[in-house]
Design a protein. Sequence first.
Length: 534
Amino acid sequence: MTRRDFDELPGPDQQPRAVQPGYGSVYRTPQPGSGPAPGNPYAQPPVQAADFVRPPRRGLRGRTGVLVGALAAALLALGGGSYILLRGGSGDAGNAAAPAASASVDQGDGQGPGGPPFVFDPNAGIKQGEGRVWLVSNRTDVPGSGASQYGPWRVGDAAVKAMFKEVTAYTATDGKEKWKLPLATPLCGVPESPAPNGKIVVGVREKDSTTSQCTHLQQVDLATGQAGWKLEIPKEKAFDQALELRLAISGDTVAVARSGVVSGFSVTDGHKLFGTPSTGCTPATVGGATARLMLVRDCFGQNTADRQSMIEEIDPATGAAKWSHPYPKGSNLGQILSVDPLVVSTYDTKEKVWNITAFAADGKVRSQTNAAFGVGKRCNGWGSGSGDLHDCNAAVADADTLYIAGGTPDATYPLDVAKPDEVIAVDLNTGQVKWRTKGPGGRVMFPLAIEEGKVVVYVDTDKGLSAAMAAIPTGGGRPRIFLQSPKIARGPESAFYTSSVRLSWAGGRVFLLNGSVHSPEPRKVDHSLLSFGK
């Protein structure tokens, strides 16, 4: 099963401690004054959403009768996070104006421009056997700093995403909008995945402001686009408040974590199932999926070096711990790389190393090894610094092996790899590397799924080449490309930066969701969602 594939649907009060490094900040839209987590020698200042998309670019100039091939090449050169809307006839994009925003949506069916005004066709010059591309741009006005996007989730025949004050579904095969559900107030917490029946519970703000408190839960049926129950989150203590929630759904339970508090609610009707335990270390964040529900706690000391992370599996119905595993003092739990089997990454602030821990079903450690290779910043032991335990988009596992994107560590920041151009297989029983293989031509690869004895990987754009999908035998070997996107699609594909893109593989198609988008401008709109496949 892929990370976000839901194709099959069955019919005493006290002031909380300050948020600690690794939890509670907002990575995609950092708050003013945010910076590297204290004690993290490899942290970089959070990147503003504006750095991910819409790089500056020159306007295109042309003359009447300019060749379509030249226009395509110019558009390809645009690359980045935006594309220019062109009028037909003169071909002079410098004087072009975008159509007014409306309820209508660029259908993105890849059948060509269809007359003026028209948009860039990512399928121009498509060759036999190549996967058709559809592309959706953001037409919604969002706050000036941009808005984070969540998903994509494959539910039935639709690909669904959530952003700012809306949840939208598109037909998976052609990108046509199926439905859009407006929300009264902005999103402030979204789980990694919905319940098995396609329903999801999200956090929304008290008021229509991005700085208001995150106070309510809203159920949404991703199969139909219908809003369900909505409730105000009961306070667990006097200072129970948050600007951001961390949510995880397991079975019919949605767990909600905020400043030192965790609660559980029924996905079906919203009734409360459990509250914060009266004993134990401070709840920090939650994660998991259908198979299991995980809680991460922080055990605080006098300083950062004394901080201790603890992970435990909790009963979704009662919140009771099934088992707990404390890490040594000075540790930080960064990411859940796999839920079933459970594999997590941590960072040891004393030893200055990151490690991978694999757990058995009963919580016993199968293996724990300091990694001798580097991975992307979203996958190492510090994670993204947001408290999102599922921010790593580049790891999958079967019963005995973890497959993760990595490479040779950076000399300055040995946790990180700026260009993860290898897939590395780690034996979960021993912690040792079984094999590693380079991407085609040294290109970046992201493992997304395991199918029929092969690791399915996304191969990123590079050196004039468009994105592709490849397969690697689980026993090792070279990646073999089995799905190629058209060459001209490289431009928009390169707008989905590997530092923030969210990926999903389902039903023979890959879906790329930009981590954040900005409001449309007169001649510029952000790429929001792209897909190619059969």
